[in-house]
Design a protein around this ligand. Structure first.
Ligand SMILES: Nc1ncnc2c1ncn2[C@@H]1O[C@H](COP(=O)(O)OP(=O)(O)OP(=O)(O)O)[C@@H](O)[C@H]1O
Length: 124
């Protein structure tokens, strides 16, 4: 049963629907996102297979989430700048490069974390 129209709960449910459609739009339109989706599923499968601890699951979840969030915000910034300022501009270069740098930091942290958690599984 749906809550009454325009009630607080009704508006929150709509916000969730928009957020989920945003995630779907990101995955459908961006090849990077599909690579992240496959990598995330592989990490979940590897974690389940190797019985990592609760703390290791938490750390893996945080770094995986960081990669998704930075990649999504980077894509938003790229598309926003392409829309607002399609011509070459040094300030746009700065904005896009810094946003890409954030993704790189998240990715490096995720790779290091993945290595620390999973390499001992293979070399024990
Ligand atoms: N309008 C612009 N003005 C200045 N530099 C730009 C501009 N557009 C892109 N660049 C430069 O090109 C780089 C790549 O930008 P782009 O938007 O193509 O990102 P991308 O990572 O290649 O995107 P995609 O997700 O499409 O692969 C930016 O980091 C920036 O250095």
């Amino acid at each position: 049963m749906m809550p009454p129209k325009n009630s607080y709960l009704h508006r929150r449910l709509h916000s969730f629907r928009y957020a989920f459609s945003g995630i779907a739009a990101f995955i459908i339109s961006e090849p990077h996102a599909r690579i992240h989706a496959v990598a995330t599923m592989l990490v979940i499968a590897l974690g389940a297979w190797s019985h990592i601890t609760a703390v290791q699951w938490i750390v893996i979840s945080i770094v995986t989430g960081m990669v998704w969030i930075t990649e999504m915000l980077n894509t938003v910034i790229e598309k926003m700048m392409d829309h607002l300022s399609p011509d070459y501009h040094p300030r746009v270069k700065w904005i896009k490069d810094v946003a890409a740098g954030a993704v790189l930091i998240a990715a490096v942290v995720a790779v290091i974390t993945g290595a620390v958690v999973f390499l001992p599984v293979f070399f024990k």
